[in-house]
Structures are given as C-alpha cells and as structure tokens.
Design a protein around this ligand. Structure first.
Ligand SMILES: Nc1nc2c(ncn2[C@@H]2O[C@H](COP(=O)(O)OP(=O)(O)OP(=O)(O)O)[C@@H](O)[C@H]2O)c(=O)[nH]1
Ligand SMILES: [Mg+2]
Ligand SMILES: [Zn+2]
Length: 295
C-alpha cells in the first residue's frame, strides 16, 4: 500500500517526512525520483529493517524560488498559500528588496504579507526616503496586508496569528530580521516540534541554514527559511516583471506599443501615470531598476 507524507525538511539526499498520523520518519531519496523540497507531498515505502524511501513526488501547486548569482532558480519550498516578507529597522532592508519579493510572490499566485518586525525599534523618519521602511503606508494603499510586530515588547506578535492560521506560509527576508524569533513566539510548542528536527537545525539562536516546516497548533504550517543578504530574481520577461506591480494592471493595455517595456517608449500609460502622480513614483523607479537589472 502506498502512503503519502509531507516533507518537513530536505537536505542533501535525505529528509524528514510527516505521516498522516503525525509520525515523523527519516527518509532517503532515489536519484530517479528527484529531490523533494520542504512542503512537498510524497509517496514513500517503508520496508522492515530498511530505511524509508521516497518513491514519488506528487505534483506541486507552486515552488518558491530564489535566484543564484547566475539568475538560475534555486527552489526553497513547495505548495504554499502565502509568503511573509519580514523586514526590520535593523538590519535595514535594501532599497528594492520588498519589490523583488512581491514580484516573485505574485508569479506564484500566492498571497504576500509584509511584516515589519522589531517595530519597537522604529523611529519615524529616521530612515532614508527610498527604503521600504518609509513606504509601509503606501504598501497598504496598494492593497497589501502590512503588520507591525515585535518579539521583545509591544506591539507583540498577536496580529500575525490570525493571518497565519489554517494556511501554509513561508517567512522570508534578510538574515537577522527575526524570522526564527517570530516562529518561536508564535509556536509555544516549538521545542517539542524541534525534537527530531534539532539534529538538522542545531540548537539555540543561530542563523537558519535549512528550510524547515513547523505546524501551527490551531492548524496551518509555518516554514522558516535561511535569510538572504539580497533576494535575487531569476531572469524574466519585462511582462512578468510588470505583472508583479499590482497598480500597473489596469493600465497595461493602454500603452501605445503592445510590447511596451514601460521604460522610454512614447505614449506609455505607466510612465505617464507615474509622472502625473497617479502611480507612486518610487514604485515606478523601482520597476525601472528591476527591469535594467533583469535584462
Ligand atoms: N529588538 C528586537 N530584536 C529582535 C526582535 N525579533 C528578533 N530579534 C533579535 O534579532 C536577532 C536575529 O533574530 P533571528 O530570529 O535569528 O533572525 P532570522 O531572520 O531568523 O535570521 P536568519 O536565520 O539568519 O535568516 C536575534 O538576536 C533576536 O533576538 C524584535 O522584535 N525586537
Ligand atoms: Mg532564522
Ligand atoms: Zn508602457
């Protein structure tokens, strides 16, 4: 009889899977089956006295990826409902970090959430004009869910709870912004869950090196992922890039040229809207930077 299971963590040629009865098993992969990602649903075989082997990876709904230096896709986790972009006053986010994440998340068709963690450290107007920290209200106006949290003091982490329950979410962002701390605060039984997994992740507060899935007691899953210095987008067409800017959507058919890149083309509806202030000019500038970096 074939059974299915959920991949909690995957490293090298092996991983840990969770069965329907919550049992966790170490398992090995076969080259012919391919390498499962965290969040994959798999079929496996358990032979007496032998190790558990993954025999099939079930079709994926989506895969969250980041790009390496050569713009090639590196898979991080599969089958997500939403991605939580965590930023903090320190380390401060790089200028276009949030836009890169939003474009990537949009291409997966899943829901983005923006979290400002270490909110108790934020001083109004302390930051340069072009950092995401100054644009949180604009993100809200664009329709994104924006939440302020702190793992140390007020406002705490409760606003995040209801957003995460009953869904599968990945926390992404720069190293040191507090992704693991948020998961620690959100999951009171983390120590228990870490049991079998601790051999993989190490103990104590460390930089996360492995993508790992936890379960929320009320229902849903949380995936902790290693922080990045800069989130890289893979090579994509200008069209896919523009699709990641939600506020462009209503204008996309109105440019003079069908293949408009919304750069220097005449009668570009997007550029004109940015110049007249209908679109946030800083978002349009971010789009232009991503466009030039991606070609
Ligand atoms: N002041 C303050 N510090 C925090 C908060 N949340 C986390 N920290 C601290 O920030 C540091 C980094 O936290 P981590 O949770 O390890 O950050 P991370 O995003 O998981 O980092 P990587 O695993 O490297 O990606 C730790 O020293 C935490 O104690 C917060 O809300 N306020
Ligand atoms: Mg971490
Ligand atoms: Zn255009």
């Amino acid at each position: 009889m074939t059974q299915t299971a959920l991949v909690l963590v995957s490293y090298g040629g092996q991983g840990i899977i969770e069965l329907d009865n919550n049992e966790q098993l170490r398992c090995k992969y076969r080259r012919s089956v391919g390498r499962p990602y965290c969040g994959d649903r798999v079929e496996f075989q358990r032979a007496d006295g032998h190790s558990t082997v993954v025999t099939r990876i079930l079709p994926r709904d989506n895969v969250f990826v980041r790009a390496d230096a050569g713009q090639r896709k590196q898979p991080i986790a599969a089958n997500l409902d939403q991605a939580v972009i965590v930023i903090a006053p320190s380390p401060a986010p790089s200028r276009d970090l949030v836009e890169r994440y939003l474009v990537a998340i949009h291409s997966l068709g899943i829901r983005p959430v923006i979290v400002l963690n270490k909110a108790e450290l934020q001083q109004e107007n302390e930051h340069a004009n072009d950092t995401p920290l100054r644009h949180l209200e604009d993100y809200r106006q664009l329709g994104y869910q924006v939440v302020r949290t702190s793992c140390k003091t007020t406002p705490g982490i409760s606003p995040l709870k209801s957003i995460l329950e009953h869904r599968t979410s990945i926390l992404v962002g720069q190293s040191g912004v507090g992704k693991s701390s948020l998961i620690n605060s959100l999951l009171p039984d983390l120590e228990l869950q870490t049991g079998a997994l601790s051999r993989v992740t190490g103990k104590g507060i460390h930089t996360t090196t492995t993508t790992i899935m936890y379960s929320i007691p009320a229902g849903g899953r949380l995936i902790d992922s290693p922080g990045v210095w800069e989130y890289g987008l893979w090579r994509m067409e200008p069209e896919e890039l523009a699709d990641g800017f939600v506020e462009f959507q209503d204008l996309l058919g109105q440019c003079k040229f069908n293949d408009c890149r919304h750069d220097h083309e005449p009668q570009c509806a997007i550029r004109e809207a940015a110049e007249s202030g209908v679109l946030f000019p800083w978002r349009y500038q971010a789009y232009l930077r991503l466009l030039s970096q991606n070609s």
